[in-house]
Design a protein around this ligand. Structure first.
Ligand code: UD1
Length: 436
């Protein structure tokens, strides 16, 4: 194993201390241009796909985030040689000599489960710590395991680990009970080296699935239908190294667009992919924002007053659950009442209690419906971030709340936003990180 990611944070990539805080002061409308980084959720499976290949793969536009650091550490732990230079990462998995993803790495990031399929497919065996529950729900991995079992793997669960083995996986027809991004990715990777044809029905259609399929095809995999509910993978015996660019982060882009809209600003979000954000753009327009959509940019001009809108999260191309908290932050100051249905995760309203501490009026019905009555003012307060997108919603609220908002537990934010405070400062926000 050789990893050269120790200097990961030197070239400006931020390293968070769990005790860091972000202090945001009420400011005026945001103005200017902001550039979107590579997508975290696209990069994670794409980096993992290097496990399928003997040889050196190269990825560009890889964001400098804690979650990326965690997955690269895991790949290094498995025996891959990992180098990072700015946003370019090279991984050589010729040398993998370990098939175990230990508890300490998996507990930091659930996406570590993505190594399961590729390891079984290439090495015939994998032992991965079971990801525990997390702030936004139980998030089981049964679909990943059932799919591998259908492909002939023997699965056992012991001492908190899942062990899977198969001499060679076999193609199968897998029909997912519910749409899962992670299970689609895991099984699509596993199927590339299986014997015969695998069909994934009711597959996730997210842009990140297409991005992963593109990389796998560049490696020599035979995949058809990525981006539709039915993906067909014809197994090959070997894949070869490839190079790829990570697609823009549609959730980071959406977060800046909401920031522009809710502050009544005028912001151009550059280096994004508007085609990946249609549901988000539509809801921004409904909320009163004026949009100018370019090929790889979106200009957002915020309205004087935000209009209330109803939102229902759904798998892609529906409204993304990862934008729900940010929209809720915006709608706390809308004219009227908005109803938000969260249909993907059962416990994804933890930010509500913190937003209420800032003066928002939000009622929760059952576990999945929130009613947001717009108020004229929010007031700054010390608040606690509970998960990644919840952290973003608190920062957005801080931009328009009277006085000062102090967001604690910033490490959640650093898992998924590259330099958010620097980028927001570039748009005129008064925001800083306070190191403890
Ligand atoms: C991915 C994204 C995450 C996003 C989510 C939904 C990454 C790294 N993370 O997470 O940011 O919020 O998609 O768009 O890409 N489920 C099961 N059994 C399983 C797998 C999932 O019941 O085996 C359930 C989950 O609990 C959830 C739903 O399926 O209710 C969707 O989850 P899934 O699409 O798998 O989310 P992730 O891939 O974990």
């Amino acid at each position: 194993m050789a990893t050269d990611i120790g200097n990961f944070f030197k070239s400006g990539h931020q390293k968070s201390n769990p005790m860091d805080k972000i202090v945001v002061k009420e400011g005026g409308p945001l103005h200017g241009h902001v550039r979107v980084s590579g997508s975290k959720n696209a990069a994670l499976p794409v980096l993992v796909s290097s496990l399928l290949v003997g040889g050196k793969t190269t990825f560009r536009n890889v964001p400098g985030l804690m979650d990326i650091h965690s997955i690269l550490s895991l790949l290094g732990e498995l025996g891959a040689t990992v180098h990072r230079n700015g946003d370019i990462v090279t991984i050589d998995a010729t040398t993998i000599d370990c098939v175990e993803a230990p508890y300490d790495l998996v507990r930091k990031m659930r996406a570590s489960i993505l190594v399961l399929g590729p390891l079984v497919a290439r090495m015939g065996r994998a032992k991965v710590s079971m990801p525990g529950g997390c702030a936004i729900g139980d998030r089981p991995i049964d679909l990943h395991l059932k799919g591998l079992e259908a492909m002939g793997a023997t699965i056992s669960l012991e001492h908190g680990y899942v062990e899977a083995s198969a001499h060679r996986l076999k193609g199968a027809h897998i029909i997912f009970d519910i749409v899962s991004v992670g299970a689609t990715e895991n099984l699509m990777m596993a199927a590339t080296l299986a014997e015969g044809v695998t069909t994934l029905s009711n597959a996730a259609q997210e842009p990140e699935i297409i991005a992963l399929a593109d990389v796998l095809c560049a490696m020599g995999a035979q995949i058809k239908g990525a981006g539709t509910p039915e993906i067909t993978i014809t197994g090959v015996t070997e894949l070869s190294p490839a190079e790829a660019d990570i697609i823009p982060d549609r959730i980071e882009a959406g977060t800046f667009m909401v920031a522009a809209a809710m502050t009544g600003g005028d912001v151009v979000v550059d280096a994004c992919e508007p085609k990946h954000m249609e549901a988000t753009l539509k809801k921004l327009e409904e909320a009163g924002a004026t949009l100018e959509v370019g090929i790889d940019s979106v200009r957002v001009i915020g309205p004087k007053t935000i209009k209330s809108v109803d939102i229902r999260t759904a798998p892609y191309p529906g409204f993304p659950t990862d934008m729900q908290a940010q929209f809720m932050a915006m709608l706390t100051r809308a004219d009227g009442t908005s109803v938000i249905h969260e249909t993907i995760f059962e416990n994804r309203f933890i930010h509500v209690s913190e937003l209420k501490r800032m003066g928002a009026e939000i009622g929760i019905k059952g576990k999945d419906v929130a009613t947001v009555n717009g108020v004229k003012h929010l007031s700054g307060a010390p608040v606690m971030a509970s998960d990644l997108r919840a952290s973003a919603s608190l920062i957005l609220s801080g931009l328009v709340a009277e006085g000062e908002t102090i967001v604690n537990r910033v490490y959640h934010l650093d898992r998924g936003y590259e330099h958010i405070e620097t980028k927001l400062r570039g748009l005129g926000a008064t925001i800083k990180r306070v190191k403890e």
